[in-house]
Design a protein around this ligand. Structure first.
Ligand code: CP
Length: 324
């Protein structure tokens, strides 16, 4: 069985195949009827133990556009609140005949455990685990930056070679940062992390990227700047930077954005805390791709599910839509 657990598991060819397949899926979304029959008769469960808006809804949209049967599960309101384990929850779902499990969990490693434990036969897709990984977020970010900086043509030459991507903020608690560093490096980009020293993880010097504490000197050298939310819910209150302190040194406002090259874009995985890591002026500007990232997330998740579950079917570009 094939799974998607970590961006670090993807080779450059794997990643480019997913990005190229997502371009084909995006063309389906432009059609009057946005559905493909590829996963008809297959069942996908969205197993969310942590809150989500974008990831949960876009996986559901992707599954429905591929004609899969969709089961949505959230821990709140389930028997998890009565103490049921991940194993028993997963096996209950497996007993109902599930082909793929999309899982978000607060514990780093939960999707890996589900994929390798033998508890279930289904394909496992990691939708974010603790502070560890969020591979489909990294893929949709790479898709967005490739479209903006390189263009929409597909092919193995269309990677991010030499593009300079800066990630700013709470690296310590960010599965988005870890996944993006892994994937962007694989795709040939030069990644720089900018963060307060207290929000950098131990061992960051071994990651395939540069580290800086000075946002203002990094901005003019960036093709894309990705802002990360300060994840207060994962922090000891004693280590909270105040909103004012944080935004003064690491927040992106209009004056700072003007230091970026004209072609450079501002990215945010969401949810945004306006006024802290990003001002409303920047968030609402044409240079900010936050909403575009959400749209692209549906195409990426369609591509991932298609490649994991329907990859023996004809290539997506030749697949029939339900309107044909
Ligand atoms: N970017 C992201 O994972 O957002 P959600 O937590 O809303 O899914």
């Amino acid at each position: 069985q094939r799974h998607l657990i970590s961006a670090a598991d993807l080779t450059r060819d794997d990643a480019v195949l997913i990005l190229d397949t997502a371009e084909e899926m995006a063309r389906v979304a432009d059609r009057p009827i946005k559905k493909l029959p590829t996963l008809r008769g297959r069942t996908v469960v969205n197993l969310f133990f942590e809150d989500s808006t974008r990831t949960r809804i876009s996986f559901e949209a992707a599954e429905k556009r591929l004609s899969a049967d969709v089961i949505n599960f959230t821990a709140k309101g389930s028997s998890v609140s009565k103490g049921e384990s991940l194993k028993d929850t997963a096996q209950t779902l497996e007993a109902m005949g599930v082909d793929a499990v999309v899982i978000r969990h607060g514990a780093s490693g939960a999707p890996y455990r589900l994929a390798t434990s033998g508890w279930i036969d289904a394909a496992v897709v990691n939708a974010g685990d603790g502070t560890h990984q969020h591979p489909t977020q990294a893929l949709l970010d790479a898709f967005t930056v490739r479209r903006r900086l390189v263009g929409r043509d597909t092919g193995l030459g269309k990677d991010l070679n030499g593009r300079r991507i800066t990630l700013v903020g709470d690296i310590l608690h960010s599965r988005v940062a870890r996944s993006n560093v892994d994937l962007l490096h694989t795709l040939g980009a030069e990644v720089t992390l900018v963060a307060p020293p207290t929000l950098l993880p131990v061992g960051v010097e071994t990651w395939p990227c540069e580290v800086s504490y000075d946002l203002d000197s990094t901005l003019p050298k960036s093709d894309a700047v990705m802002l990360l939310r300060v994840q207060r819910e994962r922090m000891n209150a004693a280590f909270f930077p105040t909103e004012r302190e944080y935004s003064r040194r690491y927040g992106l406002d209009g004056d700072r954005m003007a230091k970026m090259p004209d072609h450079a874009v501002v990215m945010h995985p969401g949810p945004m805390v306006r006024g802290m890591e990003i001002t409303a002026e920047v968030a609402d500007s044409d240079r900010c791709t936050a909403v575009e990232q959400v749209t692209n997330g549906v195409s990426i998740r369609m591509a991932v599910l298609y490649l994991l579950l329907g990859g023996n079917e004809p290539a997506v570009s030749h697949a029939r839509t339900t309107e044909e």
